[in-house]
Design a protein around this ligand. Structure first.
Ligand code: FMN
Length: 302
């Protein structure tokens, strides 16, 4: 029997598979396809204080090896989540990560404070790629001072685990990691989607109303691996690696370079049962190699 459990800091997950934010709804949507008790953790769709409509359609555009999405952070807001979805999570023991975003630092802090009172929430994950309305719509990850203030204030407002989710756009990776370590952030997750663009040639216009959309899926895997590799190189903070994972081999690439868990995103939209297939593949791989515990191979390729 292969032991698939992993230590992510002092959190033990029964296996490394984390469902990534925005691709498994609020859990119930995916429960029709997989047994959610079998995954290491679930990350719900990014929540804001108030319900948020997101962007007008089209919101998804398929390209050769990935998708562009312009969902625009649509969500039902904290209150509805707590009322309508949290009870479902009381019926399963799987660790629950709640991805959050706000339009300014105050909103992140308010969300963190509210969620601190909800015992069922294992960790909050800060999505920092959203536009900061107080700084002219530039992402929080692009402004060192705001990043520092945000992370520090959220840390003081939430007593359990905090994950900071990074993407390719960050003011300075090493400096950002130093801030996360100094402020006592628990884990880093990477990567968020990449900024991408698509043009409608027939109508000679941009595909999305906001022009730029988030690019994810298999095409970003090498880019995501490089980012995760770089993060692991400069910190001892546990990293949840994601970006373009489709099969168990992709997942193992992230674990071998030192990610302690892996996130499944776009693949959930293509194969909703991907988590189970990937876990089975990892288990068979370890079994064939005569390795009894997944921990033994984490970070073996550095
Ligand atoms: C449709 C869609 C919605 C997403 N929504 C969120 C979100 O609300 N918050 C967040 O931090 N990331 C969000 N993401 C990013 C994913 O969680 C993940 O980081 C990214 O897609 C890269 O992984 P992948 O290539 O496996 O999809 C979303 C991605 C997709 C495709």
């Amino acid at each position: 029997m292969v032991d698939l459990s992993v230590r992510v800091g002092d959190l033990r997950l029964k296996n490394p598979v984390v469902l990534a934010s925005g691709t498994c709804g609020y859990g119930r949507e995916l429960a029709k396809f997989i047994n959610l008790k079998m995954v290491g953790a679930i990350t719900v769709k990014g929540l804001s204080m108030e319900p948020w409509q997101g962007n007008p359609p089209p919101r998804i555009h398929e390209v050769y090896a990935g998708i562009l999405n312009s969902i625009g952070l649509e969500n039902k807001g904290l209150e509805s989540f707590l009322r309508e979805d949290l009870p479902f999570f009381e019926t399963i023991e799987t660790p629950l990560f709640v991805n959050i975003w706000g339009k300014n630092v105050k909103e992140y802090v308010l969300l963190a404070r509210n969620l601190d009172a909800v015992e069922r929430v294992t960790a909050i994950e800060l999505n920092l790629s959203c536009p900061n309305v107080e700084k002219g719509g530039v992402s929080f990850a692009l402004q060192e001072k705001v990043f520092e203030e945000l992370v520090g204030r959220v840390r003081h407002s939430f007593t359990r685990k905090i994950i900071v989710k990074l993407g390719p756009q960050i003011f300075d990776l090493e400096k950002a990691i130093q801030i996360l370590e100094r402020e006592g952030i628990d884990f880093v997750s990477a990567t968020n989607s990449f900024p991408g663009l698509a043009v409608n040639v027939d109508e000679q216009r941009f595909v999305f109303s906001r022009k730029v959309a988030g690019f994810s899926g298999p095409a970003i895997k090498p880019l995501a691996l490089k980012l995760v590799y770089d993060i692991v190189s400069v910190t001892r903070l546990p990293v949840i690696g994601m970006g373009g994972i489709v099969c168990w081999r992709d997942a193992l690439e992230f674990l071998l370079i030192g990610a302690r868990a892996i996130g499944l995103g776009t693949v959930n939209l293509i194969y909703p049962d991907a988590a189970q297939r990937i876990l089975k593949g990892i288990e068979e791989y370890l079994d064939q190699k005569g390795i009894s515990s997944l921990e033994a191979i984490i970070g073996k390729v550095r």
